[in-house]
Design a protein around this ligand. Structure first.
Ligand SMILES: C[S@@+](CC[C@H](N)C(=O)[O-])C[C@H]1O[C@@H](n2cnc3c(N)ncnc32)[C@H](O)[C@@H]1O
Length: 508
C-alpha cells in the first residue's frame, strides 16, 4: 500500500476538511468528495453502513449548455472552462488494459467510465483489489439456536468483527484496511450447504452417472464456499464426492493463496485454483458444469449513459484526468461499440419489461421538468453493466454447457445519484466512509453496483440462449436450507432474514 499517501489522504478526511462539491450535471473535481459515516459496525447488507442522506444535486439550465459541432457535443458549465475541452481533444484515450502495467495513476488521459472503474478496482499496482482487502471470517460458525434474536446476532457479530480486526492489527496495524463480510462467511457452513444441495439434486436428475460433477467458482474470496460445499458432499454423498471436481477462477493473488490453504483442509486433490481474471479466460470447457458467482457481479465495471431529455439520445460518459490528477466527466454523442451493443441487446431482450430507467417517465413529464429554470441539461446518469454482458459472452463461448448459479444485490442503500448507480465507499479507522461519485482517487474505494435481475436475466437469455429462474435470496434459501440450523430462539431465521436486498439467478 502507498501508505504515506493513504495517511495524508485519510488524515484530511478525519479532520473533516472535505470538498463539499456535489454535482451531477457538471464536471467535478473529485479527489475530495467525502463525507463520514456514523458507524463502523457491520450491517445487513454487507460492506455498507448508514451515511447521512445525499445532498440535492445542483443542476444546470439548458441554455447554459453551449454546443459545438454535433460530433463534439458535451455539456459545459461555468465551473467547466473552455480550456478543458482543449485537453479533452488533445489527451489520448486509454483503456484499463493498457494501464495494467503502469505503476502510477495516469494523468493527462481520458477513458471510458468502465475503464476508469476497472482501473480503480483492478489495476495490479494501485487498484483497490491489489491492496489490503480482507474478507471477514467469523472463526467458528455461529450457533444460531443459542442466539436470542436479531439484535443479539448483530451484537455478537460486532464483537467477532472487532476480535477479527484486532488480530489482524496485532500482525500489522492498518487504519485503512478494507474489510467486508459476505453471506458465505456469516452463515457458514449453512449457506454453502444449501447451494450444495441444490447442485447435487440437479446433478442427480440430469447428469449422474454419465458426467462428473464439475463446479467452477468465479471469485471465491476466502475459499469458504468451496470448502463448505466439498465437506458437505463428502459427508452426505460419497459417490458424488468421488466424481466431483472444483475449479476456482480468482483474480486476486492473495485470495488465491487463502483458497489454496482452504482446499488443503482435506480436498487438495479435488480443487484447482486458476489465478486469473475471468476476462482473460480462453479455455474451452465443453463438459456440463455448474458455474458459481456469488457477490462478484457487483464489482464488474459499468459504463455511464445520460440522455438528452428532449431527443432521448444517449450520450456516453468519459473521464478526463488532467495534469494534476483531477477528474472531469464528459458526455459525448459517440457511443463506443460495447455500450451501444448493450443498449441494443437490452432494447430487444427487455422490451416487455418495465425497468428503472431515466426515460421511463412520459415524455410530457420530462419535457416539463427539463424546461424548468435551472433544470438539468441531461437526465440523471444510468450505469449499464457492460462488463457483465462481456462475462455472459465468455460463458456462452467458453462454457457452452454451464449452469450459472449467482447471487448479488438487487438494490443497495446509499448509492450515488442515478439509475443502477454504485455505492462508492472506503474504510478508515474501522468506519465506512461513503462518497458521492465513482470519480475518486483510484484504488482507495470500493465501487459496487446493484444488479437489475430482470434485465440481467433477459440479457443473459439473449446471449446464451439458456433459460433462467430468478428468486429472492429469502425464497431460494427457504427452499434449500434447513430452518432448524439457522433459526434463532425468537423463531426468526437469520439466513432468511438478512440479505433482503439480494436475489439469486440460476440457469434451468
Ligand atoms: C465480494 S468477494 C466475494 C467472495 C465470495 N464469493 C464470497 O461470497 O464470500 C468478490 C470476489 O471476486 C473476485 N473477483 C472480482 N473480479 C474478478 C474477476 N474479474 N475474475 C475473477 N475473480 C474476480 C475477488 O477477488 C473476490 O474473491
Amino acid at each position: 500500500m502507498d501508505s504515506p499517501a493513504v495517511n495524508g489522504l485519510f488524515r484530511r478526511l478525519a479532520t473533516h476538511r472535505f470538498c463539499q462539491q456535489s454535482r451531477h450535471l457538471q464536471p467535478v473535481v473529485c479527489h475530495q468528495q467525502w463525507r463520514q459515516s456514523s458507524t463502523g459496525q457491520p450491517t445487513s447488507p454487507k460492506r455498507t453502513t448508514a451515511p447521512p442522506p445525499p445532498p440535492a444535486p445542483r443542476t444546470r439550465s439548458r441554455k447554459d449548455v453551449k454546443t459545438t459541432s454535433e460530433s463534439n457535443w458535451q455539456q459545459r458549465t461555468d465551473a467547466f472552462p473552455e480550456d478543458r475541452q482543449e485537453e479533452f481533444k488533445k489527451y489520448p484515450m486509454v483503456t484499463a488494459d493498457a494501464l495494467r502495467s503502469r505503476k502510477e495513476r495516469p494523468k493527462r488521459v481520458k477513458m471510458l467510465m468502465r475503464d476508469f472503474i476497472e482501473d480503480s478496482l483492478y489495476n495490479p499496482h494501485y487498484g483497490y483489489f491489489s491492496k489490503n482487502v480482507s474478507i471477514f471470517s467469523s472463526g467458528a460458525p455461529f450457533e444460531f439456536n443459542q442466539i436470542r434474536d436479531e439484535p443479539e446476532f448483530h451484537r455478537i457479530l460486532g464483537e467477532r468483527y472487532t476480535e477479527f480486526e484486532d488480530k489482524l492489527d496485532e500482525i500489522e496495524y492498518n487504519e485503512a484496511r478494507q474489510l467486508w463480510h459476505t453471506p458465505t462467511e456469516l452463515f457458514k457452513p449453512y449457506y454453502a450447504e444449501a447451494i450444495a444441495r441444490y447442485m447435487v439434486a440437479n446433478y442427480k436428475i440430469s447428469l449422474f452417472p454419465y458426467h462428473d460433477l464439475v463446479i467452477y467458482e468465479m471469485g471465491a474470496g476466502n475459499g469458504t464456499l468451496m470448502l463448505n460445499i466439498l465437506d458437505y458432499i463428502r459427508a452426505t454423498d460419497p459417490d458424488v464426492y468421488a466424481r466431483t471436481k472444483f475449479r476456482i477462477i480468482e483474480i486476486s493473488a492473495s485470495l488465491a493463496t487463502l483458497q489454496t490453504k482452504a482446499a488443503s483442509k482435506g480436498h487438495a486433490d479435488k480443487v484447482e485454483i486458476i489465478n486469473k481474471s475471468i476476462f482473460d479466460w480462453n479455455q474451452y470447457v465443453p463438459t456440463p458444469c455448474f458455474f458459481l458467482a456469488m457477490e462478484v457481479f457487483d464489482n464488474f465495471a459499468h459504463d455511464v449513459i445520460r440522455y438528452d431529455p428532449f431527443t432521448d439520445e444517449p450520450l456516453q460518459g468519459q473521464v478526463l484526468v488532467d495534469a494534476e490528477g483531477d477528474f472531469y466527466e464528459f458526455y459525448t454523442k459517440q457511443l463506443d461499440p460495447v455500450a451501444s451493443r448493450f443498449l441494443r441487446v437490452r432494447d430487444v431482450a427487455s422490451r416487455d419489461r418495465k425497468y428503472a430507467h431515466p426515460l421511463q417517465n412520459p415524455r410530457w413529464v420530462r419535457d416539463l421538468r427539463h424546461r424548468m429554470p435551472l433544470a438539468p441539461n441531461l437526465t440523471l446518469p444510468e450505469y449499464i453493466p457492460t462488463r457483465l454482458m462481456h462475462f455472459f459472452h465468455i460463458l456462452s463461448r467458453h462454457f457452452p454447457a454451464h449452469r450459472l448459479i449467482t447471487s448479488d444485490f438487487h438494490s443497495l442503500p446509499n448509492a450515488t445519484p442515478g439509475f443502477n448507480a454504485p455505492v462508492v465507499q472506503t474504510r478508515y479507522q474501522r468506519k465506512t466512509v461513503p462518497v458521492r461519485t465513482p470519480l475518486v482517487q483510484q484504488g482507495y474505494f470500493d465501487i459496487l453496483f446493484p444488479t437489475d435481475f430482470g434485465v440481467m436475466e433477459d440479457v443473459y437469455r439473449a446471449i446464451t440462449g439458456r433459460l433462467t429462474r430468478v428468486s429472492t435470496h429469502e425464497d431460494f434459501f427457504a427452499r434449500w436450507s434447513y430452518p432448524e440450523e439457522t433459526q434463532m430462539r425468537s423463531g426468526e431465521d437469520a439466513l432468511l432474514g438478512w440479505y433482503k436486498n439480494a436475489s439469486v439467478m440460476v440457469t434451468v
